[in-house]
Ligand binder design. Structure first.
Ligand SMILES: Nc1nc2c(ncn2[C@@H]2O[C@H](COP(=O)(O)OP(=O)(O)OP(=O)(O)O)[C@@H](O)[C@H]2O)c(=O)[nH]1
Ligand SMILES: [Mg+2]
Length: 342
């Protein structure tokens, strides 16, 4: 059966815009670090906002954040979860919040100063100016830039990264890095509900999935410093998950259809009406190109691309820009035609 316009649905593009850059910090018992890291992020030249995802830290981390929220009501946000649920799910919760609030650049960072907040502008520059879809603060790009870790831990981390590269084929030297900037389109394209790993495995899975979706991953060298205050949440369980998880990840990828990086298209008249902004037409195009490979090939085989272009998008395929729009869930909507013309 040939697909038609009812494969698409137009939804409002944004809920509420708060800012451009959002740094997500998951916390569990970080009372010694949290206040300093918040100030260190707000000292940066860009207007970084902060989302703390706290898992009911028994040491009262959330209370410290709540106090500071009175001082920074427009920049400091917090999600409190009822118990320790792991770093991976904390980030997924944060990513969804960031997308809902229309942030363009979304960062992962630890609370313990292992990641230097002064490097945030470099991650931003890599995505905003240097073409990266995902910028990774890398410990191993230029040798081994890790300070104050016991040798055993350095070796374990370095060879774990090497092992992951061999198994997955990822072209990244620091595969478990957790200091990252994503362009929003990466998080929109990846099916966040399908990310399963929680510890280091989560970091690997995000990079692996982003690369499979066709995004450009770029590493920038950073110096990683062992935490001075607070205690590590690293455990052998987290290590085991990553070790066996990557084999599973690789095998599953042979049978999985990854959503592809959206190609953004706007009709010239839509661009004229709303320069730089999102448009119904571009959203529909993005939705089409966000379809799994199999579905898109099916459409192509039937010459359906141009029919969809004519009937739904009413655009030429010649103007390629990158508007702020997002792929949307696929489902039927009969009056799309008229909406596409608005
Ligand atoms: N919300 C939430 N945050 C977590 C959880 N586990 C760890 N974190 C936070 O995630 C970040 C990284 O955790 P760390 O304990 O520093 O882990 P690590 O960097 O691998 O280990 P060390 O630096 O050696 O201590 C920190 O900000 C932690 O507070 C969790 O289950 N839930
Ligand atoms: Mg740490």
């Amino acid at each position: 059966m040939l697909p038609n316009c009812t494969n698409f649905k137009f939804i409002p593009l944004q809920i509420k815009t708060l800012g451009e850059n959002l740094v997500i910090i998951p916390t569990y018992n970080e009372k010694e670090n949290i206040e300093n890291i918040i100030y260190a992020v707000f000292r940066q030249p860009h207007d970084f906002h902060l989302l703390i995802v706290d898992d009911a830290s028994p040491d009262g981390t959330a209370e410290i954040v709540k106090n500071l929220q009175q001082k920074f009501p427009d920049r400091l946000f917090m999600i409190q979860r009822p118990g320790k649920m792991g770093l991976g799910t904390a980030y997924i919760t944060g990513f969804k919040w960031a997308l809902q609030h229309d942030y363009q650049y979304i960062y992962e960072m630890d609370a313990d100063f292992s990641h230097n907040p002064d490097d945030l502008p470099r991650l931003y520059a890599s995505c905003a100016l240097d073409g990266a879809d995902m910028a990774i603060g890398s410990r191993y790009l230029t040798g081994v830039n890790v300070l104050n870790w016991p040798l055993k831990r350095v070796l374990m981390s370095y060879f774990a990264s090497y092992y992951v590269r061999i198994v997955t084929g990822l072209k990244v030297t620091d595969t478990t890095a957790g200091f990252v900037c994503y362009k929003r389109k990466v998080l929109e394209t990846i099916d966040l509900d399908k990310i399963r790993f929680k510890g280091y495995g989560f970091q690997i899975e995000m990079k692996f999935t982003a690369e499979k979706c066709g995004f450009q991953l770029k590493e920038i060298p950073i110096v990683f410093i062992n935490r001075e205050y607070g205690t590590s949440k690293m455990s052998s369980g987290i290590f085991g998950e990553a070790f066996f998880g990557v084999i599973q990840l690789k095998i599953e990828s042979w049978f999985r259809d990854f959503p592809k990086k959206a190609i953004y298209i706007r009709s010239p008249d839509a661009a004229q009406r709303n320069p730089g902004g999102p448009s119904a037409t571009s959203t529909i195009a993005v939705e089409f190109f966000g379809l799994p490979n199999k579905a898109r090939n099916n459409y192509r085989r039937h010459g359906e691309v141009s029919r969809i272009a004519l009937r739904c998008i009413r655009a030429t395929f010649t103007t390629f820009t990158e508007p702020a729009c997002r792929p949307i869930p696929r489902c039927g909507h009969p009056d799309l035609q008229s909406r596409a013309d608005t």
